[in-house]
Ligand binder design. Sequence first.
Ligand SMILES: *[C@@H]1O[C@H](CO)[C@@H](O)[C@H](O)[C@H]1NC(C)=O
Ligand SMILES: *[C@@H]1O[C@H](CO)[C@@H](O)[C@H](O)[C@H]1NC(C)=O
Ligand SMILES: *[C@@H]1O[C@H](CO)[C@@H](O)[C@H](O)[C@H]1NC(C)=O
Ligand SMILES: *[C@@H]1O[C@H](CO)[C@@H](O)[C@H](O)[C@H]1NC(C)=O
Length: 426
Amino acid sequence: MKSITSEVCCVALTLVVLVATWGYSECYDPLDPNGNIVVTFDILKWTDDGYVAKVTIQNYHQYRHVAKPGWRLGWSWVDDEVIWSMSGAIATQQGNCSAFKSQIPHCCKKTPVITDETPNSVLAAFAINPLGSSSSFEVIVGNLQGNSVLNKPQNLTLMAPGPGYTCSPLEDTDPTLSSVVGGRREEQVFRTWKSTCTFSSILANKTPICCVSLSTFYSHTITSCPSCSCGCRVADATTKSCIREGSSTASLVDDPDIVQCTDHMCPLQIHWHIKHNYRDQWRVKLTISNHNYVKNYSNWNMLVQHPGFSKPAISYSFNSTRLPSTGITDDVALFWGLDYYNDELLQAQDVQVGSVTSEILLSKDLESFTLSNGWAFPRRIYFNGDNCQMPLPDTFPLLPNGYKRRMPSKRMLLLLVLLYVLFCWL
Ligand SMILES: *[C@@H]1O[C@H](CO)[C@@H](O)[C@H](O)[C@H]1NC(C)=O
Ligand SMILES: *[C@@H]1O[C@H](CO)[C@@H](O)[C@H](O)[C@H]1NC(C)=O
Ligand SMILES: *[C@@H]1O[C@H](CO)[C@@H](O)[C@H](O)[C@H]1NC(C)=O
Ligand SMILES: *[C@@H]1O[C@H](CO)[C@@H](O)[C@H](O)[C@H]1NC(C)=O
């Protein structure tokens, strides 16, 4: 028997639960407020029937890269433009060029889609490799006889490599300058148009892709990933299929998202183990496990927010750097694999997951360091820019003398979930 009030209450609770669980999934990321991808068209010169442009794709995300098979940039022409030729990239389809006789254009499509010539046009994360974070190509645009107004390309689309980016219309900006003659002369392009493409994880993934588990040297408790972090095994609308450990995987390689069966169902699991507590230092072992059977994560990165990173830290088997953390309370460290050693996180095999691991030695700030109250556990972890699901503080391993510590906000959330279940499902 359901009354109107219980229906209304149910809707309200659903909303609250949704908002609370999607917490950091919106476009704006407080840890990387300027993260975006900027597409720049520089008009280098005019031709008889069009222009020559240099197009640059610059990734300004500190810790989100464009992985294999790389970016794809598309747009719509307003007039009858064609692409006579390109260098540094190719249009994926030529389109219908049957109207041309002497010279055949590279692409006649109204909505060309451009990709790098090399099969893996990856863009590195800016904080990891700024020199590798951009890509550019030149394009000769023509077939504009008699058009006195030059129309910018419209409706830019960017796949990097999957969906998630929304690009603003190209806008006129100050022309790009370059210094020549050993810096004694500055030259400028004819015109510069820019578009900013912002990322939204809601557009990109329907479910989270990673979760965090915890353990310590001082407790037998292993806090596993929250169950259903990335989907559930039970039969409901969002069910993902999975493979039980040890069963043969050969027949299932056609599903790119197929994972090992776990309670969390995440392709990626990050484990934080507090290993030692020395006088002036403490040691953590970080392990990333790949439960996906058909996906290798190349050039992976992991961001950890923890106040302990305000002091120097040594990472043994990962490369690392500290990121500026203006506007947030805790310090932030970024980790990635060592070249040719563990920069590729391999897919799961029949009997084991793919994994990379490193120990991290952190220096203590004796004023703030403590093993109690869950202080020594990470506040937030991102993998490749995606927020990983953290366990609730109620489930953290306890110190042997059993200090009670609970965070009311998380308890409220639990209560809400309980209420939601009571009202909506019973
Ligand atoms: C750009 O997209 C809008 C909305 O979908 C559409 O109305 C417009 O015709 C498109 N522009 C071009 C040049 O295709
Ligand atoms: C190709 O374009 C020409 C005119 O530009 C048109 O007459 C012809 O029907 C088009 N062919 C196809 C297959 O669309
Ligand atoms: C992942 O890497 C392994 C080892 O290099 C390779 O055998 C496998 O084919 C790769 N998987 C994919 C989907 O590329
Ligand atoms: C660590 O990262 C930097 C920046 O990307 C790179 O230049 C360096 O070679 C890396 N070191 C190792 C051992 O991979």
